[in-house]
Design a protein. Structure first.
Length: 202
């Protein structure tokens, strides 16, 4: 049973990776399930086994790439991690997001798509965004030990909005995603900014 589950996860990852390539080449509207299946080397039926329609696949593909903080956990077992360790993990996750040009382009593509067409993905995209902001704000609270509902959300929103801005710069070729010093400077800046804003509004 576990082996079958692992195979299903691997196949789903393969479908998502293929979908991302096709979406970036064709755009969401022109991309077809048949083209995605061909890229993945599987049948269209195999895709429909995992996804009811193309919109569900788009949602998973984008979520995988932009939900940079979803894998983070402030706890190790039953104990809260040291704040320095949490900060480092946030910085690593943000750096990966900033360095992933595919994620940046996919994010911009979906944003333009849902805002211009107001299609069925809009509500799901909004939920994903709210989830990212909520998780980010919680990580700030765990890090600094401060519970301030208003300001933790504001600071988290600033960080996420900044990452969106950098996504645009990367897509335009202004931000060099291979420049590690540039990326590290950005993440250091926001780590310090988050601490300052939250602590100053106890």
């Amino acid at each position: 049973m576990e082996n079958l589950k692992s195979k299903a996860i691997i196949k789903k990852e393969k479908i998502i990776d293929a979908a991302v390539k096709v979406f970036l080449q064709k755009g969401f509207e022109k991309a077809t399930v048949r083209e995605i299946a061909r890229e993945a080397g599987i049948t269209t039926g195999a895709i429909y086994h995992h996804y009811r329609n193309k919109d569900e696949l788009i949602h998973d593909a984008v979520t995988k790439h932009i939900h940079f903080i979803d894998s983070l956990n402030a706890y190790k077992g039953n104990s809260l991690k040291p704040s320095s360790e949490i900060i480092d993990e946030i910085k690593v996750a943000a750096s990966k997001r900033l360095s992933n040009l595919t994620a940046q382009r996919l994010h911009i593509l979906l944003t333009a798509n849902v805002l211009l067409d107001e299609n069925t993905l809009l509500d799901e995209y909004k939920e994903t965004y709210e989830s990212i902001i909520s998780k980010t704000s919680d990580m700030f609270v765990y890090t600094y030990g401060i519970e301030n509902e208003k300001y933790k959300k504001i600071v988290a929103s600033i960080l996420v909005a900044a990452l969106d801005g950098f996504a645009i710069q990367a897509s335009l070729g202004i931000l060099d995603t291979n420049d590690k010093e540039y990326i590290n400077t950005i993440t250091d800046f926001f780590a310090k900014l988050g601490e300052h804003l939250i602590i100053s509004h106890k």
